[in-house]
Design a protein around this ligand. Structure first.
Ligand SMILES: *Cc1c(COP(=O)(O)O)cnc(C)c1O
Length: 417
């Protein structure tokens, strides 16, 4: 047995989180469990999902509309026990979280509240190469508000010859735009490179120049340790179907820092944001709940939220501290072993070290990238391909193993042999 394989097996044997793997359905190919490294794209299904959904279906069958008010988790307040499960993942107070809509919808709603161009302070700073939906949201949002996107959306790009952004470049850009900067809207982790941005430093610098700061945490939530409240982030949103394993198109959420709960921010309202003791009076006049729930528009999508709850329960048991610690080692070894075994043929564009990388590595194939991806898939290793030449791999601490990481590095080497 190779030394690396022995080490991997040893690490698995000692892993105190190893039993969590059995709480998930691992997809199979030709009757064999695959090595699933795509949890950054669509997390795996918790086995508790169907029971959680079935429970609400049964309740609906039995009670009909009464389901809103009966049982241990009445639908009209279904979110209440779910929010504390998210609080630990986000480093947020329960009052700062609302569970609602989907990610891109929430981006628009948050821009309504936090993008407030005044005088010459009209500019938005974002990362170059952000996820397309974020680019489209900003472009169309500014356009709808009568602001020219081309002149007002400023992108920070990596220096020539580099793949990822230097924190100094981001901070410098913020300083340069200065009193023209209305908003910094950044990813927490870039979807393509896997780079983790230094959210606390970005927030601090943006506030120094008088701008608001929001993060799209699609690839960060459930992946890196977040402290949104302590970092003073103004707002954030995320999706729940990537690292949070809450199902395709699963329900999203928003974070609104408590300092904004009593500010009279512009917003798009709906009846589910109305203060609860007046909501069912069905009267004129919007009075928002004085916390993040005041941004809710519609009544809660119970089935996706039941699934979300079942999944978040697993995070609660495992704890982010332990997950992040294991994740760091899993990805560390994936990095080391890929470079040792196949370093001539690939370049890893994700930063090597903390705090700049988390679970995901983005492998730039010097040749035959698409073929590499297909070869891995044929051998039961599920990664994801991103044009023009990147294979993304994300070992996930809840269900991936060190042995899988070793086998993946070895298969990459075998492909190039
Ligand atoms: C996955 C992802 C999205 C997807 O948006 P939806 O509205 O959930 O379809 C948006 N932004 C980023 C950064 C993502 O990673």
């Amino acid at each position: 047995m190779s030394e690396k394989l022995a080490l991997a097996q040893n690490l698995d044997a000692q892993d105190e989180l190893k039993h969590f793997r059995h709480r998930f359905f691992i997809p199979k190919r030709e009757g064999k469990e695959v090595i699933y490294l795509c949890g950054n794209s669509l997390g795996l299904q918790p086995k508790a999902a169907s029971e959680a959904i079935q429970k609400e279906l049964d309740k609906w069958a039995q009670y009909g509309v009464e389901g809103h008010f009966v049982g241990e988790q009445p639908w009209w307040q279904f979110r209440k026990p779910i929010k504390p499960l998210l609080a630990g993942i986000l480093g947020a107070k329960v009052s700062e979280i609302a569970i609602m809509n989907s990610l891109t919808t929430n981006l628009h709603l948050l821009l309504v509240s936090f993008y407030n161009p005044v005088g010459k302070r009209t500019k938005v700073l974002m990362e170059a190469g952000a996820f397309p939906s974020d680019q489209y949201a900003l472009e169309t949002h500014l356009h709808a508000r009568g602001i020219l996107p081309d002149e007002n959306i400023i992108e920070v790009a990596p220096l020539a010859g580099e793949h990822t952004l230097r924190t100094e470049s981001i901070l410098q850009a913020i300083e340069q735009i200065g009193d023209e900067l209305a908003l910094v809207m950044f990813g927490g982790v870039n979807y393509y490179t896997g780079q983790v941005f230094e959210m606390q430093k970005i927030t601090q610098k943006a506030h120094e120049v008088g701008a608001k700061v929001g993060f799209d945490l699609a690839h960060a939530v459930g992946n890196v340790k977040l402290e949104l409240n302590a970092w003073q982030v103004d707002f954030a949103t995320w999706c729940s179907y990537k690292y949070l394993n809450s199902g395709p198109g699963g329900v999203s959420g928003i974070f609104i820092h408590e300092k904004h709960h009593h500010a009279d921010l512009p917003r798009f309202g709906g009846w589910w944001g109305q203060i609860e003791n007046e909501r069912f009076l069905m009267k004129k006049g919007f009075k928002p709940i004085a916390d993040a729930d005041g941004w809710q528009l519609s009544n809660e999508p119970i089935l996706p939220m039941a699934l979300h709850q079942a999944s978040l329960q697993i995070f609660h048991e495992a704890t982010m501290e332990k997950l992040v610690a294991k994740s760091n080692w899993l990805t560390h070894y994936l990095y080391e072993w890929l470079i040792e075994l196949a370093g001539k043929h690939i370049e890893i564009i994700t930063p090597k070290n903390l705090p700049h990388r988390a679970a995901q590595l983005s492998i730039f194939a010097k040749s035959r990238g698409k073929e590499l991806h297909n070869f891995l898939l044929k051998n039961g290793i599920v990664t994801d391909w991103r044009e023009p030449n990147v294979v993304r791999m994300a070992p996930v601490p809840l269900y991936n193993t060190f042995t899988e990481v070793y086998q993946t590095a070895q298969k990459v080497a075998e492909f190039y042999k």
